[in-house]
Design a protein around this ligand. Structure first.
Ligand SMILES: Cc1cc2nc3c(=O)[nH]c(=O)nc-3n(C[C@H](O)[C@H](O)[C@H](O)COP(=O)(O)OP(=O)(O)OC[C@H]3O[C@@H](n4cnc5c(N)ncnc54)[C@H](O)[C@@H]3O)c2cc1C
Length: 398
């Protein structure tokens, strides 16, 4: 087992570090006041629709950063070589994100492309994939339904074949950006199937007749998930992503890869929280000694999280089964981050509850991470299942 970076990956990591220090760290104080819509790369979708001059000012700053990152060759990092990207490994992407997380400016390198979209074939590539890679289009993800959240195998949205089309009927809750995205990656089931069987992923443009946004719901993290209804929505057969009836595997692939990014992002936010606590205590030596015990404990736990995250990403790079590591990282990272932020709020006290204080913002974003993409209880179930599947092997020291 060796998950050290290759020479060129180490060089990439150092380039990202330089970029973060030169370009992001100096902007931190102005981004403390920024609206939450500038979180993540998909900020563009919503922010660009805003006529608020304050939002437009931030867009200019973000776009300036994008141009600088692209000029330094820090774009298209995880994009496959066949589409003009660097196709860096999962481990290298973890290292890149770890560097980005040194700063609280919510900036990501590259446009948001879900990994399952690389399964596009034929004309889907030109119509859906390439515009997302170039940042010209954005996609949302529609899996959760009123009766199928933690257990998506219960999903009830149907896709009935009709000549060269499928007719989609059903409803989705929470697809983030479904009101502003260009298309949705939506999961529906073929008639007469149940459980994991028959689930199929479709690429559906948001303007397609029968695609209806019922409402969008503002959340404490600034994102606005929606409620959607599909009513006799006709989708050409050519818009099936991957194989018919094999959508469950796509959903698993999407979640698996994301969880290591969630792990390293949570690690970064937790470390920034501990730095705030340390700075707060600079002049209060007595209190600092009291809290030193908690600080030391958290730092140890964060190191364990970091190692597990790199290990999981390394296993994913080897094409190995990472269900156990992905669930462990999602559970451990989001729960640990929550405890660290709660500790920060406790020791810094009332001033940290100011709406624009970094910790208040961290808290709102971190809380949602324990639910979205599978709540903690579900991760515990997955880990438990792995224990029974792999039996004694999991209990051995590897
Ligand atoms: C801000 C936000 C953005 C989101 N964005 C998207 C998106 O873009 N696309 C998308 O498809 N979905 C999205 N979701 C949905 C999200 O993934 C679901 O909320 C999540 O999977 C939980 O499903 P649920 O809300 O139906 O909760 P439920 O399944 O009703 O569960 C509620 C709670 O019950 C507990 N629970 C459930 N099952 C068990 C069990 N077996 N054992 C023990 N406890 C259990 C858990 O604590 C869980 O949190 C988003 C959600 C939020 C809040």
């Amino acid at each position: 087992m060796d998950f050290r970076l290759l020479k060129e990956e180490e060089e990439l990591r150092l380039k990202v570090r330089e970029f973060v220090q030169a370009e992001l760290v100096p902007l931190e104080s102005i981004f403390d006041e920024a609206p939450d819509i500038f979180e993540g790369t998909r900020w563009k979708t919503r922010a660009r629709l805003s006529s608020d001059p304050e939002v437009k000012r931030y867009i200019e700053v973000m776009e300036g950063l994008e141009r600088k990152a692209e000029a330094r060759g820090l774009w298209y990092l995880d994009v496959p070589k066949q589409y003009g990207g660097l196709q860096v490994s999962n481990v290298a992407m973890i290292a890149v994100t770890e560097e980005l997380e040194q700063s609280s400016v919510p900036f990501e390198l590259g446009n948001h492309v879900s990994n399952i979209l690389y399964g596009c074939k034929g004309e889907q590539v030109e119509r859906f994939l390439l515009p997302c890679i170039r940042g010209e289009k954005t996609a949302c993800f529609g899996l959760t339904e009123p009766g199928a959240g933690s257990d998506p195998s219960m999903l009830a949205t149907t896709a009935s074949p009709d000549g060269d089309y499928f007719i989609l009927n059903g409803s989705k809750i929470f697809p983030t950006f479904a009101d502003v995205a260009d298309f949705i990656q939506v999961f529906a089931r073929l008639p007469g199937t149940q459980g994991h069987e028959g689930i199929t992923c479709f690429l559906v443009e948001t303007g397609t007749p029968g695609y209806q946004v019922v409402r969008s719901v503002a959340t404490i993290a600034g994102t606005e998930p929606c409620e959607l209804v599909f009513e006799n929505c006709r989708v050409p057969k050519g818009q099936v992503l991957g194989e018919l009836g094999k959508g469950w595997a796509l959903n698993q692939a999407w979640l698996g890869a994301r969880r290591f990014q969630v792990g390293i992002r949570s690690h970064g936010m937790a470390k920034r929280t501990l730095r705030l606590v340390r700075d707060y205590f600079k002049d209060a030596v007595a209190d600092s000694e009291k809290s030193g015990v908690s600080l030391g404990g958290f730092i140890g736990e964060l190191e364990a999280l970091r190692s597990l995250t790199y290990f999981g990403a390394w296993k994913a790079d080897q094409g190995m089964d990472v269900r156990f590591e992905a669930a462990s990282v999602k559970l451990f990272s989001t729960e640990l981050l929550h405890r660290v932020i709660d500790f920060g709020l406790e020791v810094i006290g009332p001033s940290a509850f100011r709406k624009t204080h970094k910790l208040g913002r961290f808290f709102r974003h971190a809380r949602i991470r324990r639910i979205i993409e599978g709540p903690s209880e579900i991760q515990r179930h997955i880990i438990q299942r792995a224990l029974f599947r792999e039996g004694a092997a999991l209990m051995e020291i590897r």
